[in-house]
Design a binder for this molecule. Structure first.
Ligand code: SF4
Length: 246
């Protein structure tokens, strides 16, 4: 693939023309090419965000195998499953890495005092804003690009996901190397490489987030985001708005 890295000005919005050219090339490539291009372009200014889902496991492994050392982070809302924290520990041990914990300073008790008990029930958008969106924005404020595991097949709201996007909320470039991967492809890869994954997936949780907003729905559902914010119109926490708005 021809290199066009010199055309990029980090932390400035990318032109539609440049994005279109990049995405056309990446459509014919694979996740490694996106990761390598990102690292060539942004170096350690690139970070990987993961919620320890299957796409994250895939990407952490690819970075490790490619020898790309960039910070990896997760958003700790203080409401994650024990299994998720245990998976974090397993991943750190297996790949000999430290995963950065990004969190709000607002404790759950302070949140309850200020906004009422169980804000995730009364105003889940506010809760996600406080515990995910703002801590992410703060963390990314001095970064140039973030890599995510967002894929088109995950939901209707993600069907237009591109490999390279400008994220205006966080003012960074957003890379989605697995944009065109299906869940089946990701899981086949995880099993073929014997990668660690969250055991809750085997108990009927297709997608795993915070405890109050995640339910088991069985293993035969086709919607990969099923079980998140059940009984509520909400389907996204708000950290992938730039992808949804396409
Ligand atoms: Fe709050 Fe639920 Fe959002 Fe977690 S997923 S931050 S508990 S509303």
């Amino acid at each position: 693939m021809d290199s066009i890295e010199n055309e990029l000005v980090p932390n400035e919005e990318l032109s539609d023309e440049l994005l279109s050219g990049l995405n056309t090339q990446f459509e014919m490539a694979g996740p490694d090419e996106v990761l390598l291009w990102g690292y060539d372009t942004f170096g350690a200014g690139m970070v990987l965000g993961t919620g320890f889902g299957p796409s994250g496991m895939f990407l952490i492994y690819r970075l490790w195998e490619l020898g790309i050392e960039v910070p990896i982070f997760y958003l700790d809302t203080h409401l994650l499953f024990d299994e998720t924290y245990a998976l974090r520990d397993r991943v750190e041990k297996r790949f000999n890495i430290q995963i950065t914990r990004v969190s709000t300073d607002l404790s759950l008790e302070e949140q309850a005092d200020e906004y009422g008990e169980k804000l995730w029930k009364t105003d889940p958008n506010k809760c996600c804003q406080l515990r995910k969106v703002l801590p992410l924005r703060n963390y990314l404020s001095d970064k140039e690009a973030w890599v995510t595991g967002v894929r088109r097949s995950q939901s209707e709201t993600r069907k237009n996901t591109q490999y390279v996007e400008w994220d205006p909320e966080n003012e960074v470039v957003k890379l989605n190397p697995l944009a065109n991967y299906t869940a089946e492809q990701v899981w086949n890869y995880i099993h073929s490489k014997n990668l660690p994954y969250n055991p809750l997936h085997d108990e009927g949780y297709p997608s795993i987030g915070c405890i109050p907003c995640t339910e088991a729905v069985g293993q035969t559902v086709s919607d990969e985001r099923s079980g998140r914010w059940n009984g509520n119109e909400k389907t996204e926490c708000g950290i992938h708005l730039s992808t949804q708005q396409k």
